[in-house]
Design a protein around this ligand. Structure first.
Ligand code: IPM
Ligand code: MG
Length: 353
């Protein structure tokens, strides 16, 4: 059960062979703001132990600034120096970005997340975002849903297209009129769908494409591409769901879902909805994959109110390290060793001691 769960997400063609063939791999460490530094420190601790146990996992870290921390030093949220460090790395381990709510108007924080995250996504062609959402049996009491709604086992992964749609269309404001253009090409749609079909095959074999095809042309294009691609993956059970219904079903019947694939903005919204199912954002890792270096980022945010109190849950950051071992460093055994269940066992052992 444990090993099966840990191995779920590994479509072969998305495992990126690290660029430096021999010798230590280069990891760009971007701790960022808020709790970023402290949870990152725990992930690096876990990776150090992983290197001791798995000699093929040898890592060199290069730390770089991002978000508010970068603004303080360089006056921008995503400095060229950081881009260069990432471009020269085998993987990017990312912490969090953003400042306290009451300071959002300050230049240090204004648009920090947008500038840094959208900048990184574009710079490294990160078109496929992988967000697993799982209710761990041992933590099921933390879920806000009634036990009967989750007792069948909630274990889904949301594959979000990350470089297209309304996020990257033309944005204009002309007096009292504003416009955000949503464009998709078949090419853009194929990449996340390819990952989603492969992911479904390594899981329960079920893919739900979420759209708004009763209204939007881009959604109709998503459906057409998905139906065409399905011919190459007949063993996957494919269905379509309107996004409004999907938002409802995520709460009403979360056990229904296995793999969800959807466009950029729907994925943004639905992954936040799914993230509350486990009961803590601190349990949600994510990976962003593309044609270049991959990036691993907890979904939880910078939580400045928790900073420096030694109370932030480092699980998501540690699980990001595990995803990095799997997708960027092709070290699945090491990734399994840093699995959620291994993490829980270690905490239990430490508490008992
Ligand atoms: C996310 C975030 C970002 C997004 C914001 C901070 C730009 O909400 O990664 O889900 O909307 O993509
Ligand atoms: Mg979001």
């Amino acid at each position: 059960m444990r090993a099966a769960a840990a191995k779920l997400l590994r479509p072969r063609q998305f495992v990126r062979a690290a660029s430096t063939a021999t010798g230590p791999k280069k990891i760009a460490v971007l701790a960022g703001d808020g709790i970023g530094e402290e949870v990152m420190a725990e992930a690096l601790k876990v990776l150090a132990r992983t290197s001791e146990l798995f000699p093929q996992v040898q890592l060199n870290y290069e730390h770089a600034l991002i978000g508010g921390a970068a603004y303080d030093a360089h006056g921008v949220h995503f400095p060229d120096a950081t881009r260069d460090v990432c471009a020269a790395s085998d993987a990017i381990l990312f912490g969090s970005i953003g400042g306290p709510v009451e300071e959002q108007h300050l230049p240090k924080w204004k648009d920090a997340e947008k500038n840094a995250l959208l900048g990184m996504r574009q710079a490294f062609d990160l078109g496929v975002n992988v967000r697993p959402a799982k209710v761990y049996p041992a933590l099921s009491h933390a879920s806000p849903l009634r036990p009967d709604l989750i007792s069948g086992g909630v274990d889904m992964v949301i594959i979000r297209e990350l470089l297209g749609g309304i996020y990257f269309g033309k944005h204009t404001t002309d007096g009292d009129t504003a416009e955000d253009v949503c464009t998709y090409t078949a090419e853009q749609i194929k990449r996340p769908l390819q990952f989603a079909f492969e992911a479904a095959k390594s899981r329960r074999g079920k893919l739900t494409v979420v759209d708004k095809a009763n209204v939007l042309d881009t959604s109709r294009l998503w459906r057409r591409v998905a139906i065409e691609m399905h011919k190459d993956h007949p063993e996957v059970e494919l269905d379509f769901m309107y996004v409004d219904n999907a938002a409802m079903q995520l709460i009403k019947a979360p056990t229904y879902f296995d793999v969800i694939c959807t466009e950029n903005m729907f994925g943004d919204i639905l992954s936040d909805a799914a993230s509350v199912l486990p009961g803590s954002l601190g349990l949600m890792p994510s990976a962003s994959l593309g044609s270049s270096v991959y990036m691993y980022e907890p979904s939880g945010g910078s939580a400045p109110d928790l900073q420096g109190k030694n109370v932030a849950n480092p699980a998501a950051q540690i699980l990001c390290a595990s995803m990095m071992l799997r997708y960027s460093l092709d070290a699945p055994a090491a990734a399994d060793a840093v699995s959620t269940s291994a993490f829980g066992d270690a905490v239990v052992a430490a508490i008992k001691a």
